[in-house]
Design a protein around this ligand. Structure first.
Ligand code: NDP
Length: 281
């Protein structure tokens, strides 16, 4: 039976570390770090995510602002808001919750955020820096995945890591971070010819697809570390991951649950990234 990687407990420890840092930073620099979260429209999942992000900022004791903009906000207005926040010396981190309404270009919006305030690490300059190995803001979810893998105590170096999913926000950056840890990395996606043949060899398996039961017990190498990034609703409307948790737990060595795995880590890493942005400035 696999060991459960308790993302909730690990993320709480990280948030407590950040919480302890805030008074020191305030004493040294005369103000607290400040995170600004922008949400456009009424997407119910996004509402939950931004609430949790602001709640975490309150928990650690940093300053936070939540800007709620209506669904029909013109792209130019959102860009102007970001420019104002870029120029605001009291704001350290700017996060625009994705997805955005269809009439707004996500690329334009992400690249409008000042690189040094890009707490999500999605700005093209941060992405470029990540890939060439320069100092950068590392995206929160991938950073959380690596932290969870390291929490197991396994040595990533030389291991075969298979990442299922190649999105810019999860799959690709997770793969790069695993490469930086000297894993041998394979990236699988929807056109991969024989997914099972690959996943069966993986010492570390990171799944970021967005479909229930993409990975089942027969696809997992005994003892593997399995990180389930997926967040889906099953037929009963319950939150579930991409991995068949019950089945895979019988085979894997380590596994993250959903909820309580990668999700809370994303938020903890956002708190850490906000501190990094504060210190960068
Ligand atoms: P995307 O939809 O952007 O990417 C999904 C990836 O999965 C694509 O690369 C796609 O391949 C691949 N894929 C689709 N179907 C299959 C399949 N049958 N076999 C193998 N690969 C497949 O999703 P995201 O990366 O944004 O998110 C993935 C999941 O992670 C979602 O459930 C999302 O909600 C969750 N998530 C969770 C976070 C957290 O904090 N816990 C944060 C961010 C995301 P192709 O490129 O060929 O289309």
């Amino acid at each position: 039976m696999a060991n459960i990687i308790d993302g909730k407990a690990i993320s709480l420890a990280i948030k407590d570390e950040v919480k302890a840092q805030i008074p020191e930073l305030e004493a040294k620099y005369g103000r607290k770090p400040c995170l600004c979260v922008i949400i456009v429209g009424e997407n119910p999942a996004s509402q939950v995510y931004v609430r949790n992000k602001v709640k975490a900022a309150e928990y650690v004791g940093m300053k936070s602002m939540l800007l709620r903009l209506p669904e029909e906000t013109p792209e130019a207005d959102l860009l102007a808001t970001i420019q104002k926040l870029n120029a605001d010396s009291e704001v350290d981190g700017i996060l625009v919750q994705l997805p955005l309404p269809k009439h707004i270009s996500e690329d334009k919006v992400i690249d409008a955020i000042a690189k040094e305030k890009d707490v999500d690490g999605f700005h093209v300059l941060n992405v470029g820096s990540l890939w060439i190995g320069d100092k950068c803001i590392v995206p929160c979810t991938p950073k959380g995945c690596i932290h969870l893998i390291k929490s197991t105590g396994i040595d990533i170096k030389g291991k075969l890591a298979v990442v299922v999913g190649r999105s810019n926000i999860v799959g690709k950056p997770v793969a790069k971070l695993l490469l930086d840890e000297n894993a041998t990395v394979v990236i699988a996606h929807s056109r991969t010819a024989d997914l099972k043949a690959l996943t069966l060899q993986a010492d570390i398996l990171v799944v970021a697809v967005g479909k229930e039961n993409v990975v089942t017990a027969d696809m997992v190498k005994p003892g593997a570390v399995v990180i389930d990034v997926g967040m889906n609703r099953n037929a009963e409307g319950k939150l579930c991951g991409d991995v068949d948790f019950a089945g895979v737990s019988e085979v894997a060595g380590w596994i993250t649950p959903v909820p309580g795995g990668v999700g809370p880590m994303t938020i903890a890493m956002l708190m850490k990234n906000t501190i990094e942005c504060f210190l960068l400035r």
